[in-house]
Design a protein around this ligand. Structure first.
Ligand SMILES: Cc1cc2nc3c(=O)[nH]c(=O)nc-3n(C[C@H](O)[C@H](O)[C@H](O)COP(=O)(O)OP(=O)(O)OC[C@H]3O[C@@H](n4cnc5c(N)ncnc54)[C@H](O)[C@@H]3O)c2cc1C
Length: 262
């Protein structure tokens, strides 16, 4: 994400307002056995992600606290979900903070917004299985099951169903993003595709431009445009009855694969 640092005056104001600002128990520093595991969680081993600290978050409130803490400490902050960026887009900042989203991986239906909610740390494999086995629906995302939706959706997200159903962002109803305002205060903002939404531009900013630019995405809400009713089975595309593709067993066979990803 855009690297955010905080001035001294921002620090004082933010700490006073929040009544604290100390790091939560999710902070992992060098020397902690978890640090080496977290440092290895990236697809392209050419790049080294050894920040001053990882923050392993489990809720939107924890993300707000982690971002606020980074701002208050004057540290560069970046975010990682699945670690599948092949470029160095998460970044190498020895004095920085990497917010690790993999503890936020829930998938559920939000009846108020008539949309399926995906937390950023959910993998595509978890998403396909849950959408199909729970409601019989899917999204036209990519093939790699360990990619996380955190980076995937805001990059557009395309796959074998895209000729029929577009990209995943064509079904993006809303996004929750932790941003930092000009006073250095972190907060969560919900941005929807509703034309009257004052945060509509922030929603648009997450429909294909790629991750790490505007804030930390905590959750995505998915509902196809024009979908009617409040039954999740009617709100996203239905997968085809079967899919013919290269076998994932690596033996070069062509096989029919189950729609739940098996
Ligand atoms: C093996 C492989 C197969 C792939 N196949 C496909 C495919 O079929 N279709 C397709 O569309 N793409 C595909 N991709 C690309 C993949 O969708 C992108 O690399 C995606 O950005 C990975 O997301 P991630 O969260 O796993 O990666 P990360 O490396 O964690 O993040 C990628 C970028 O997004 C940012 N980011 C991550 N999470 C957040 C967040 N919560 N908030 C804000 N910024 C965030 C990071 O800072 C970074 O800049 C593939 C990649 C790989 C390695």
């Amino acid at each position: 994400m855009a690297h955010v640092t905080g001035s001294a005056s921002h620090r004082e104001g933010a700490v006073a307002e929040r009544g604290g600002g100390s790091p939560a128990s999710s902070a992992v520093y060098p020397g902690d056995p978890r640090y080496e595991d977290l440092a290895l969680r990236r697809r392209n081993e050419r790049f080294v992600q050894r920040p001053a600290c990882f923050r392993v978050v489990r809720s939107t409130d924890e993300v707000v606290a982690a971002v606020q803490w980074a701002v208050d400490s004057g540290r560069p902050v970046s975010v990682r979900s699945g670690g599948h960026s092949l470029e160095n887009s998460v970044g190498e900042h020895p004095d920085g903070v990497i917010i690790d989203m993999t503890g936020m991986n829930a998938i559920h239906f939000d009846p108020d917004r008539r949309a399926v909610v995906l937390e950023s740390g959910a993998t595509l494999g978890e998403v396909y299985r849950t959408l199909y086995l729970t409601w019989g629906v899917t999204v036209p995302g990519g093939w790699c099951h360990s990619v996380c939706v955190g980076g995937h959706i805001q990059g557009g997200g395309y796959g074998s169903l895209s000729r029929t159903h577009g990209s995943v962002v064509d079904h993006l109803y809303a996004v929750e993003v932790v941003v930092v305002d000009e006073a250095g205060r972190a907060r969560a903002v919900l941005a929807t595709r509703e034309s009257g939404d004052p945060h509509h531009d922030l929603w648009w900013a997450h429909t294909g431009g790629g991750g790490g630019n505007f804030g930390v995405v905590t959750r995505y809400w998915l509902r196809s445009p024009g979908a009617e009713g409040d039954d999740p089975a009617d709100l996203l595309p239905r997968p085809p009855a079967s899919l013919t593709g290269a076998s994932s067993c690596g033996r070069g066979r062509i096989c029919r694969r189950s729609r739940s990803g098996g």
